[in-house]
Design a protein around this ligand. Structure first.
Ligand SMILES: [Zn+2]
Length: 353
């Protein structure tokens, strides 16, 4: 018996039944790079692979090409562009098809994700984490979209050519701000992303970048993996004014399972945050904005992991906790994917214009 099965046995039959009936989507999962580990096999190293998704009844995952921030120059951009394309190509090459009794499909639209759910097939939604991956070449956004990407996170840690990050990288010589939020190129990139149907992900960005992006993007912006600053004062988290701006534009925050964003490090003292502490952030957004502005992400294989949600196989624990907190089926379904799918549909409607 594996540990996640043991965890499962603590979950009520009622919660398991509800969980299994839902379309569940995790909006931010990293992939190992250089490419290694077969996603069709249960590996001890990966927190998300297809067997764990299946066991945890996780329908869909946004798997990202994560590009660490490097120098903002021609050489750095060239390497970042090549890695982004290489990672998206690897997702397409190795994360779909039928093997080991499992079927996975690259899905690009809400309708395709819903069809995969009905077909009992795992849905893989590609994304790009860090606008650094396009360097200064706007035309690459169309290439990312052609390779199935549905969102681009404007920055990671460290400023890039598009925007300021919430966490300047001193090793790269970053000052507190480089552009005062978005650069002219960043604004151009957002317009192109809107045109292509790429969601604008404001996780990791500075406060000014986020507020400006919410303003200029014709499609609501999303934080695919972020937490609430009122509960944990981390520069990466969204404060109340940012949450309000998110609601004003019709956007979405997908609470993420990174301990250091959920509780202050000093308080954690080395332990991992719990599922309950995670849900405190979700509750906060529901109370302030309403249930249609919040969802779920793990950041598994990119730093995310909770006490009680160790890997994708343990996903029913979240549904159980949401039930304990009194949420009904329609709310839990919205958190687990309904809200994110609605945003994808909105992006597609805007892109078609
Ligand atoms: Zn991230």
């Amino acid at each position: 018996m594996t540990s996640d099965n043991a965890a499962d046995s603590k979950i009520s039959a009622e919660a398991l039944t509800l969980h299994r009936s839902l379309l569940t989507l995790d909006s931010h999962i990293d992939i190992p790079w250089p490419d290694r580990d077969d996603a069709f096999l249960d590996t001890p190293r990966r927190h998300v692979d297809f067997p764990k998704m299946k066991r945890g009844h996780l329908t869909a995952g946004c798997f990202v090409a994560y590009i660490p921030q490097g120098t903002v120059d021609a050489e750095g951009h060239k390497a970042a562009q090549a890695q982004t394309i290489g990672m998206l190509e690897a997702i397409n090459a190795h994360m779909q098809g039928t093997r080991e009794g499992l079927t996975a499909r690259i899905c690009q639209t809400a309708a395709e994700i819903e069809t995969a759910f009905r077909d009992n097939v795992l849905a893989v939604v590609p994304g790009v984490e860090n606008g650094y991956g396009m360097g200064e070449d706007i035309s690459l956004l169309a290439r990312f979209r052609d390779l199935g990407a549905r969102y681009v996170t404007l920055t990671h840690n460290g400023h890039n050519a598009l925007a300021d990050s919430g966490q300047p990288d001193r090793r790269l010589g970053d000052a507190e701000t480089r552009h005062g939020g978005l650069s002219a190129l960043g604004r151009e990139a957002i317009a192109e992303m809107n045109r292509l149907g790429l969601l604008v992900d404001i996780s990791h960005t500075s406060r000014d970048t986020m507020l400006q992006a919410a303003e200029v993007s014709s499609v609501p912006v999303v934080a695919t993996h972020a937490c609430v600053r009122a509960l944990c004062d981390h520069p990466r988290n969204l404060d109340d004014a940012q949450l309000d701006a998110l609601k004003a534009c019709g956007g979405l925050i997908q609470i993420t399972a990174v301990s250091g964003f959920l509780r202050p490090r000093a308080e954690l003292g080395g332990r991992r945050a719990t599922v309950s502490e995670y849900m405190d952030h979700l509750d906060y957004v529901v109370r302030r904005l309403g249930p249609e502005y919040v969802g779920i992400s793990s950041d598994f294989d990119g730093g995310g992991q909770l006490d009680g949600w160790e890997n994708a196989a343990g996903s029913p624990a979240l549904t159980a906790e949401l039930m304990r907190r009194g949420y009904d089926r329609s709310e839990i379904a919205a958190f687990w994917g309904g809200n994110f799918l609605r945003l994808l549909e909105k992006a597609d409607r805007e892109a078609c214009r």
